[in-house]
Write a protein that binds this ligand. Structure first.
Ligand SMILES: NC(=O)c1ccc[n+]([C@@H]2O[C@H](COP(=O)([O-])OP(=O)(O)OC[C@H]3O[C@@H](n4cnc5c(N)ncnc54)[C@H](O)[C@@H]3O)[C@@H](O)[C@H]2O)c1
Length: 340
């Protein structure tokens, strides 16, 4: 958690492949952190990334970047979890589940006892399921566990709407919520430009937005990762920019609203999941979640999306795995270290 009495901001990144390293680079470019520690299964990879990023320091704000170990998560304000196999062409994010759940367990377990005061930012996919798993393993208050969720889908949605209307995405207010995956829900009913609902904007400004336009924009948002992966094997720049936006919001105690994934608290009848909704982010992590006046269709789609995530979570049989000690939890780690 951000300590306001100290000016230094330490970010640890676990998993320094394409997403983790791009995040470190983007952090350096934005000058958000004073210290970035890179942790990877392949230590040499982390060392190489640290060297490469450090060599650009003449041209950026000063930041100390170094390769470390899990114990170096101690005192980190934010720990980014980006270790995981990437999606292969044709893979759905949920197909990655078992593989990446195991990687999350292996990478989080040695870091567990250093994380008490940190905010965890989960990027590895399927991000909603892994956000929930990170919460179960750490037992940290749920406000300290943030998944990047649909921050990227929201950015893609606004980019595509921006292209359609010839308006810069910052001036378009539109959100994608639900799963960061195939069941995501674009919120057409609330989307607006300068406070003017999109359907009205379309009529008033002579820029038609009919059903087929909407379908194409929603489909291109939902399928963006598949299309990029088909062409260049992975996506990493945009998610890195999104991660840095979340980190900046925390570090600056901004109280900005971002569509990030958070553990559900039983409202709406949802359980056993983390899901993206517009959430207020401050220096403590998730400070609140916006109540939304959704259309009936959007409400139903969001419930379906929560169910998709819940089913994936339940397929991991976490209660059983944790009680058998097959998945380490902070509670078990502490019990094992308790003096007799
Ligand atoms: N949230 C999003 O919007 C978003 C966007 C893009 C990618 N991703 C996800 O981010 C994750 C990383 O993607 P990437 O392209 O950087 O992959 P990558 O293969 O380039 O890097 C993964 C890194 O994880 C490390 N790793 C793998 N297994 C490990 C283990 N058991 N212990 C420790 N480290 C291990 C590897 O050494 C590697 O450096 C994937 O799960 C991918 O799907 C998420």
């Amino acid at each position: 958690m951000i300590n306001t009495t100290q000016r230094l901001t330490k970010i640890a990144i676990i998993g320094t492949g394409r997403v983790g390293a791009s995040c470190a680079y983007a952090l350096q470019m934005r000058g958000v952190a004073s210290e970035i520690v890179l942790i990877n299964a392949n230590r040499q990879r982390a060392e190489g990334e640290a060297m490469d990023i450090n060599h650009g320091s003449l041209f950026t704000k000063p930041v100390r970047v170094w390769a470390g170990d899990y114990r170096d998560c101690r005192d980190a304000d934010i720990v980014v979890l980006a270790a995981g196999a990437a999606q292969k062409p044709g893979d759905t994010r949920l197909e990655l589940l078992r593989n990446n759940a195991t990687i999350l367990e292996r990478t989080l377990a040695p870091a567990l006892k250093y994380l008490e005061d940190s905010i965890l930012l989960v990027a590895a996919n399927p991000v909603d399921v892994l956000t929930y798993l990170a919460w179960r393993m750490t037992g940290l208050p749920s406000n300290q566990i943030i998944g990047s969720g649909t921050i990227l889908d929201t950015a893609r949605f606004r980019f595509l709407l921006g292209q359609h209307f010839g308006i810069e995405p910052h001036s378009i207010h539109a959100y994608v919520i639900g799963e960061h995956g195939d069941s995501q829900v674009p919120l057409w009913s609330l989307a607006n430009i300068a406070g003017v609902r999109l359907d009205e904007y379309a009529v008033l400004n002579g820029k038609p937005l009919d059903g087929s336009h909407r379908q194409t924009i929603a489909e291109n948002t939902r399928r963006a990762a598949y299309e990029i992966i088909k062409r260049k094997a992975a996506t990493y720049y945009a998610i890195a920019a999104g991660l840095v936006r979340i980190i900046e919001t925390i570090v600056r105690d901004e109280k900005s609203v971002l569509t990030v994934s958070g553990v559900v608290d039983g409202t709406r009848g949802w359980a056993d999941a983390a899901i993206s909704l517009p959430r207020v982010i401050d220096r403590h992590g998730i400070a609140g979640t916006l109540a939304l006046p959704l259309s009936g269709e959007e409400e139903a789609a969001l419930n379906r999306s929560a169910q998709v995530i819940r089913e994936a979570v339940l397929s991991l049989a976490l209660d059983e795995q944790i009680s058998l000690g097959k998945i380490p939890s902070l509670r078990l780690v502490l019990e094992q270290h308790e003096p007799a």
